[in-house]
Design a protein around this ligand. Structure first.
Ligand code: 9YT
Length: 129
């Protein structure tokens, strides 16, 4: 069994900050659960192009308001507390925070911990081990 508290991760190497989001990685590949779990803050007034080519991500909003726009179809979905989306088709998208948003994110395969988006908005392909 693994037990952790968010405050143990804040300000450590597991707390990854970018200009548009800040991701606190609570559970990672090294923990062996088969998925990773992140408590992510999206910064107000930002937009981020994201394209997880190698991962499926589930996102559950627990605070704030924003929207997701799919690049290919131009569909937009409002994000608010209680809204969940899953990028099970590796959809390229814009993520916009109207206010600060707080999202619980699950990745399969799990993130290793220190990923930031590359120029295409992707995380690197997982390695074999
Ligand atoms: C919701 C979303 O995709 N935010 C970008 C960061 C990512 N979820 C992460 O690494 O926590």
């Amino acid at each position: 069994m693994i037990v952790r508290y968010l405050e143990e991760r804040i300000g450590t190497e597991y707390d990854v900050d970018t200009p548009t989001w800040n991701s606190r990685r609570l559970l990672l590949k090294e923990d062996g659960a088969g998925f990773s779990l992140h408590d992510t803050q999206i910064k107000a007034g930002t937009e981020t192009m994201i394209w997880y080519k190698h991962h499926v991500e589930a996102v559950y909003c627990i605070e704030g308001e924003g929207e997701i726009e799919l690049v290919n179809t131009k569909e937009k979905f409002p994000i608010r507390p209680g809204m969940m989306y899953v990028l099970n088709g590796h959809e390229k998208h814009w993520l916009r925070g109207k206010t600060d948003m707080r999202m619980v994110c699950v990745f399969n395969p799990p993130c290793t911990g220190l990923e930031v988006h590359d120029e295409e908005g992707a995380y690197a392909a997982p390695t074999a081990n």
